[in-house]
Design a protein around this ligand. Structure first.
Ligand code: NAI
Length: 454
């Protein structure tokens, strides 16, 4: 069969890849997108961001009904939950969103291929699988995402010992759950199962949780999670884990092993570069296993670009989306830009932790003179009405110019409040600009204004 010609081919239909393919089609290119999974949307949509948020919401509602409603004068009687109904709701949400991506492909005329995409020399991609075919294009965008990083000695069996994908679908609440790694996945999914009744122990190698977040946010968040019943062992090196029937044993350097019912391994992710055929165009990986790219997301191979988790920077869906759109705009129009200082990061626990720009540790480490403005949820009227008074907003500005360099929020709706901070940083705003912006009363957003005033 003759090769099929496209203008631009994207390998991977996650948030980076599907946005790149749609943007290319919108800009008039004959675009194609390859994914081995028949459901589009990648890790984020199928087994990541979206299903975890669905379970976080369900488990939080159960927890609130059980523990918080009485304070509002709402009487419930005995509160219980149906785990399979929670799972079905989660799957329904995922299904409607993956179908939504498919209908966007149809609407904009993106050609879809189901199978594994592999580079096969300059300008050529082979699709292996249901839609097996050889394709040619002038531009190829690699957007294959990431996969969970393994940990030596931990025998992942995909059942008792697994990663985030498995932990989104357990058929019952584990009596005791050990979480290895106190990053975003560990804290979010640890919270889900703790709310549903599991005894959760988080083992973390570093002396803090949520690496990458501002240190003060991490410390306060840990105190709050501890009050919620999560146990932490920091400075703990896990050396192995194995399942034996319905039980697992987790080995720790210099301490007694822990016996539990399930283990969630979440010690980071690594770029999904295997089987991409990088050698066929002589692309070499950097020391961290990612694909080196320039400011146009161009790799060392002519016509081949890479975005999202495959390349440097935080492994976040919205960072990949920005890169997907900007990379294609660069190819077609010559313009396209991502402001890496204005990419927010959110951990969807309760309360949420959100961050954009530099942390205090980063500013101190770089010798940048800075000022801190803080405001707490406790004195905010809306927070009191919500019954969510834990947390604070911390704004870091340049000491001389007042320009906002970082904003860090721990508290209810932090993930939404951070959008204003990202916009402020993107526009080069000062704290004074934010402080002089009218914020609705009563709203949680006023805490951001108060921190700016401070
Ligand atoms: P992570 O990199 O956020 O955290 C992994 C943690 O594991 C680190 O604190 C590390 O010190 C610890 N660790 C490493 N080796 C260890 C050992 N031997 N024993 C104990 N602890 C050990 O990785 P995570 O949580 O797996 O998330 C993966 C990626 O997915 C991240 O890039 C994250 O940004 C992204 N993600 C983002 C979410 C969000 O934006 N809400 C939610 C979930 C994931």
């Amino acid at each position: 069969m003759a090769n099929v010609q496209h203008d631009l081919i994207v390998i991977g239909a996650g948030p980076g890849g599907y946005i790149a393919a749609i943007r290319a089609a919108q800009l008039g290119l004959n675009a194609a997108c390859i994914d081995e999974n028949p459901e589009l949307g990648g890790t984020c949509l199928r087994v990541g961001c979206i299903p975890s948020k669905a379970l976080l919401e369900s488990s939080q509602r159960y927890h609130a009904a059980k523990h918080d409603l009485a304070a509002h004068g709402v009487q419930t009687g005995e509160v219980s939950f149906d785990l399979s109904a929670m799972m079905k709701r989660k799957e329904k949400i995922v299904g409607s969103l993956t179908r939504g991506v498919a209908s966007l492909f149809k609407k904009y005329g993106v050609t879809r291929y189901t199978g594994r995409g592999r580079l096969d020399g300059p300008g050529t991609v082979r699709v292996e699988g249901p839609d097996a075919v050889t394709l040619n294009a002038k531009h190829i965008v690699l957007a294959a995402g990431s996969v969970p990083a393994p940990l030596p000695g931990v025998e992942v069996d995909g059942d008792r010992i697994g990663g985030s994908t498995e932990a989104l679908s357990w058929p019952e609440v584990p009596g005791r759950l050990v979480v290895i790694g106190a990053g975003s996945i560990g804290m979010e999914l640890g919270c889900v199962w703790a709310r549903l009744g599991a005894r959760v122990t988080v083992l973390e190698y570093l002396d803090r949780i949520l690496p990458g977040m501002d240190g003060e946010i991490s410390r306060e968040a840990q105190k709050i999670f501890k009050k919620q019943g999560i146990e932490f062992q920091l400075g703990t090196k896990v050396t192995g884990a194995r399942a034996n029937g319905a039980q697992c044993t987790v080995d720790i350097a210099g301490a007694e092993p822990i016996v539990c019912h399930r283990v969630l391994l979440c010690v980071g992710r690594r770029a999904n570069t295997q089987g991409l055929g990088l050698e066929s165009v002589r692309i070499e990986l950097d020391k961290t296993g990612r694909i080196p790219v320039d400011e146009k997301w161009a790799t060392s191979a002519a016509g081949v670009y890479a975005i999202g988790d495959l390349v440097r920077g935080p492994m976040l869906a919205h960072k990949a989306e920005e890169e997907g759109a900007a990379c294609v705009e660069r190819i077609v129009t010559g313009y396209g830009h991502v402001n890496y200082d204005a990419i927010p990061g959110v951990v969807y626990t309760h309360p949420e932790a959100a961050s954009v720009g530099k942390t205090e540790e980063e500013l101190a480490g770089a010798g940048v003179p800075y000022k801190i403005g803080k405001a707490i949820y406790f004195s905010n009227g809306r927070a009191k009405a919500l019954g969510d008074t834990e947390g604070f907003v911390k704004i870091l500005t340049h000491k001389d110019t007042d320009r906002i360099l970082g904003v860090h929020i721990l508290g209810a709706q932090a993930g939404d409040l951070i959008a204003e901070a990202a916009a402020a940083i993107n526009f080069g705003a000062s704290a004074e600009d934010l402080a002089h912006t009218s914020h609705a009363h009563p709203s949680l957003a006023e805490i951001v204004k108060e921190a700016a005033l401070a």
